[in-house]
Design a protein around this ligand. Structure first.
Ligand code: GDP
Ligand code: MG
Length: 441
């Protein structure tokens, strides 16, 4: 499907300005992509109407093709509809102990997410976290949470038999106050489907705990049903944020758009696996790309074209994606990075980059180093820049002398270049091939 969609954008590329017919054709494909990603039909219609209006009036800059212009308009509108750029953080503006309530259907990932939040808030953010299971439906549920808490290195509320969920909630808050916890995460029982008894129980728990966040946990794989779940929970108990789990699966994430549209509540977090560290902030930009099946390449092109002409940036992006670039490209890239911000900013725009970014964390290039690198590269010969492997000891000495650098600096540059080549190769493996076919190839 995304291939077909890009086909339309490619055809647009060869024409002049955007006509109403061009836009209509592109919108048909966007519509299919969205439906394919499980966005609910009324939401798709509403979105398409708004985007069509914007696109038809739009001016197409000389430096970008009409196809890129439409892709950018669609992408921008989708990011906006998903909540705008960046992630919405958890609201922890409340007096300690801050209650966070997890709600949702059975099996959606509430308990797992409670454990993940314990790890994140207790570990990375060093808060004192208490996990409490209010799930009296399944005998093993409270034990499951206690084990997760242990693995996350945070406390869990001692299990007392015979209490109702509301009584457990009260005891959790009392314990939180008495023992000086910063955050109390309350994990509730789910039902296989929405029912009034479940909603009433959640309402009572809310009333006695007054949570700073009521997080609705929804399985991204449930697609269209996610919308009904979100609507029902929001109407019955009020939802302040949504967590989409199982984003590690095939789901393209269209439910995010529908749920946001219907509840107005931001998607705050996504789960991407069963492990406790598989919890990410929700980034509208990434999910927009996933929904359209294009990656956020349009955004990459856009940002680049602010500072570089579109052709040069496309060439560079293509080389980056193919993992085939030499020190000349590295120098060109340094120039681009200087204009665009950081390399992690660029990585943000490529799909599937979360992991790569965390591997790079702390290794981001600072610009003064980049300037030195430019100088060092300019004292290399053409063949050295093309085939860095030939740069052995004596060449290093000459290059260092020529650029006023030390041999260690030359080594660091070569190492940096090497790391980047490896990274690009990995990006390539991760699916850049698809990207190239779609957007650039
Ligand atoms: P609950 O009934 O809502 O509390 O759901 P659980 O937290 O017990 O999760 C149900 C199942 O889904 C468990 O096997 C979890 O390991 C799994 N699970 C939860 N979140 C994710 C996720 O983000 N990705 C994947 N692949 N599995 C998940
Ligand atoms: Mg559970």
């Amino acid at each position: 499907l995304s291939g077909r969609m890009t086909g339309v954008f490619d055809r647009l590329r060869t024409r002049g300005a955007l006509s109403e017919a061009d836009v209509a054709e592109a919108m048909r494909e966007v519509r299919l992509a969205m439906l394919d990603s499980d966005v609910a039909l009324p939401v798709v219609k509403d979105f398409i109407n708004r985007v069509r209006e914007r696109a038809i009036g739009a001016e197409v800059l000389e430096s970008i093709s009409p196809g890129q212009a439409v892709a950018k308009i669609v992408n921008d509108a989708l990011v906006e509809a998903l909540g705008g750029a960046g992630a919405v953080p958890l609201n922890l503006n409340a007096a300690a102990p801050i209650p966070i309530l997890m709600v949702g259907l059975q099996g959606s990932g509430k308990t797992t997410t409670a454990g993940k939040l314990g790890l994140r808030l207790g570990g990375r953010e060093r808060r004192r976290v208490l996990l409490a299971s209010l799930d009296t439906q399944r005998p093993a549920a409270q034990l499951q949470l206690a084990q997760l808490a242990q693995r996350a290195g945070v406390a869990s509320l001692p299990i007392v038999a015979g209490q109702t969920p509301v009584q457990i909630a009260q005891r959790a808050m009392e314990t939180g106050r008495r023992e000086g916890y910063d955050i109390v995460i309350l994990d509730t029982a789910g039902r296989l489907s929405i029912d009034e008894a479940l909603m009433e129980e959640v309402r009572q728990i809310r009333a006695v705990t007054n949570p700073a966040e009521t997080l609705l946990v929804v399985d991204a794989m449930t697609g269209q049903d996610a919308v009904n779940t979100a609507r029902a929970f929001n109407e019955a108990v009020g939802v302040t944020g949504i967590v989409m789990t199982r984003m590690d699966g095939d789901a393209r994430g269209g439910a995010a758009l529908s749920m946001r549209h219907i509840t107005g509540a931001p998607i705050k977090l996504t789960g991407s696996g069963e492990k406790l560290d598989a919890l990410e902030d929700f980034h509208p930009e990434r999910v927009a790309g996933r929904i359209l099946g294009l990656g956020d390449l349009a955004g990459l092109v856009e940002k680049a074209s602010d500072t570089l002409d579109a052709e040069e940036s496309e060439k560079l992006a293509l080389k980056m994606l193919r993992g085939k670039f030499d020190l000349d490209d590295y120098a060109a890239q340094i120039k681009q990075i200087n204009k665009m911000g950081s390399i992690s900013g660029i990585l943000d725009m490529l799909p599937g980059m979360g992991q790569m970014k965390s591997q790079l964390a702390g290794k981001d290039l600072d610009t003064s180093v980049l300037k030195r690198h430019t100088a060092i590269i300019s004292s290399m010969t053409k063949s050295e820049r093309r085939t860095p492997d030939i740069i052995k000891a004596s060449r290093k000495k000459r290059i260092a002398a020529g650029s006023g650098a030390t041999v260690q600096e030359v080594n660091r540059l070569l190492k940096q270049f090497d790391d980047m080549s490896t990274m690009m190769k990995r990006i390539n493996k991760l699916g850049a091939k698809g990207l190239m076919r779609q957007g650039l190839g």
